[in-house]
Design a protein around this ligand. Structure first.
Ligand SMILES: [Zn+2]
Length: 188
């Protein structure tokens, strides 16, 4: 985890930044609850970045309560499956002592989920997915393929995206820019 120690992270935009305000004003679609939940997911993403992990945060909400949360943490956990969504799902399932989540559970995540995470959301019976930024390379909710819309699954997920998109994108861009700089410094 050499790169983890050598990254000098610049301060990330806070959740109260102008970016978030602009994001929120750009849409009248989202409820105040949606906005406040995504702000928490963004805070979690930032916690990941502070540990040298790609900044992605996720929370699971049921009955206006957080039942699971997590940030992307494969390096720290030595676990390739420790994406934010999976960490949140595991926490919720362990807490509720059930491998399936209750009806009307929403996952808020700051980045479009990958193949593995969409599979896990379907298995856990998450009802609604709200994600912030798109992931053009490996996003499986429209960027490459729209997995949740495939007819062969026996569970459908309602999907919305774009809430706090700009804020999440900026956080990811800053992270990768700093990581490239750190890698360059090491080779000089
Ligand atoms: Zn994933």
């Amino acid at each position: 985890m050499k790169h983890k120690q050598n990254i000098s992270l610049k301060p990330y935009p806070t959740v109260n930044s102008q970016l978030v305000i602009e994001d929120m004003q750009a849409s009248t679609f989202w409820s105040l609850q949606d906005m406040s939940w995504m702000k928490i997911a963004l805070k979690l993403a930032r916690q990941g970045a502070e540990r040298g992990e790609v900044p992605v945060g996720a929370i699971l909400v049921h009955n206006q309560q957080i039942i699971g949360q997590g940030f992307n943490e494969p390096i720290g956990r030595h676990d390739a499956t420790a994406h934010a969504e999976i960490v949140a799902l595991r926490e919720a399932c362990a807490r509720l002592k059930n491998y399936r989540l209750p009806l009307q559970t929403t996952l808020y995540v700051t980045l479009e989920p990958c193949t593995m995470c969409i599979g896990a959301l379907i298995h856990a019976r998450v009802d609604r997915l709200v994600y912030a930024a798109s992931e053009p390379r490996a996003g499986m909710v429209g960027s490459q393929i729209n997995l949740p819309m495939q007819p062969f699954y026996n569970h459908a997920i309602e999907v919305h995206n774009g809430l706090c998109r700009e804020h999440s994108s900026q956080m990811l861009k800053t992270f990768f820019r700093e990581r490239r700089k750190a890698a360059k410094r090491k080779t000089i």
